[in-house]
Design a protein around this ligand. Structure first.
Ligand code: ATP
Length: 251
């Protein structure tokens, strides 16, 4: 049976700048892949291609067997996507926004209400349910993003820095949530926090300058006697890069 998430030679060029360069990896049910890399390595762009927000320049990606370019609606049905930053519609209340998401996803009546309630429960949002999103702290906004990604209980989850902006207790809660969901789902999380990889990931894919430089279990990476931090620096030195100004304008 094919993996729930399949990425094959995926490439994204912005003008003459190649942000994602021939990236391939798969994620099976039960796996939590930590997608790591320095700033500008191409993590968000890869995730946006998986979620259908950016069109690949070359290569393919499939979610639950559906091609992200040819079958975008089928992909969105089986994928939960947490983008970087905060959810849109800042003037909506948490409850109003999640009801809206439920409606867009085709749920009505008690099923919609049950799904909204479950998503708020999983992300501990009940206490702020009537508050406009724009008045929430960064950590709570992040949780609203997480709630919308989980609302339809998708088999595949792609989360761009899910614990960004959360305090240590909230980070712990979100990691626990990811761990609890993991057996049933294929999960990709991007992160800068290497301890997060140890805490929740079954595999680490490290990307640098748009290319995959490692795809291994955290345990294999650390052996013998090296920390993940050391491995990360060794593999990604050369670090951040920026597109040529002309390329950025062409995008
Ligand atoms: N629309 C765009 N036009 C031009 N360049 C872009 C565009 N989107 C991203 N890039 C460039 O592509 C490269 C990869 O960006 P991306 O956001 O995928 O990196 P990242 O690994 O997610 O970084 P970070 O860890 O800082 O979030 C960066 O150099 C970025 O400036």
């Amino acid at each position: 049976m094919p993996a729930l998430i399949e990425i094959e030679r995926l490439t994204k060029r912005f003008g003459s700048f190649t942000a994602v360069d021939d990236v391939s990896f798969t994620v099976d049910r039960g796996e939590v892949v930590g997608f790591l890399g320095p700033n500008g390595a191409g993590k968000s762009t890869t995730m946006k291609m998986l979620a259908g927000f950016v069109t690949p320049s070359a290569g393919t990606a499939r979610v639950c067997g559906h091609d992200v370019v040819d079958e975008p609606v089928a992909v969105k049905r089986c994928l939960g996507y947490l983008p970087e930053g905060a959810p849109t519609y800042p003037e909506m209340s948490v409850l109003g926004f999640l009801r809206f998401v439920a409606r867009v996803r085709g749920y009505r009546g008690s099923e919609a209400e049950d799904r909204v309630a479950r998503a708020m429960r999983l992300t501990s949002l009940e206490g702020v349910r009537l508050q406009p999103i724009e008045t929430l702290s960064k950590g709570f906004k992040r949780r609203v993003g997480l709630a919308q990604a989980l609302l339809h209980d998708p088999p595949a989850l792609v989360m761009d820095e899910p614990t960004d902006g959360l305090d240590p207790n909230q980070k712990h809660e979100v990691r626990e949530l990811i761990r609890a969901m993991a057996p049933e789902k294929a999960i990709v999380i991007s992160t800068h926090i290497l301890e997060e990889v140890d805490a929740v990931c079954t595999r680490a894919v490290i990307i640098a300058r748009g290319r995959v430089v490692v795809d291994a279990t955290p345990r294999a990476l650390e052996a013998p006697g090296r920390t993940l931090d050391e491995v990360f620096r060794e593999l990604t030195l050369g670090g951040a890069r920026a597109p040529e100004p002309a390329a950025a304008e062409a995008a």
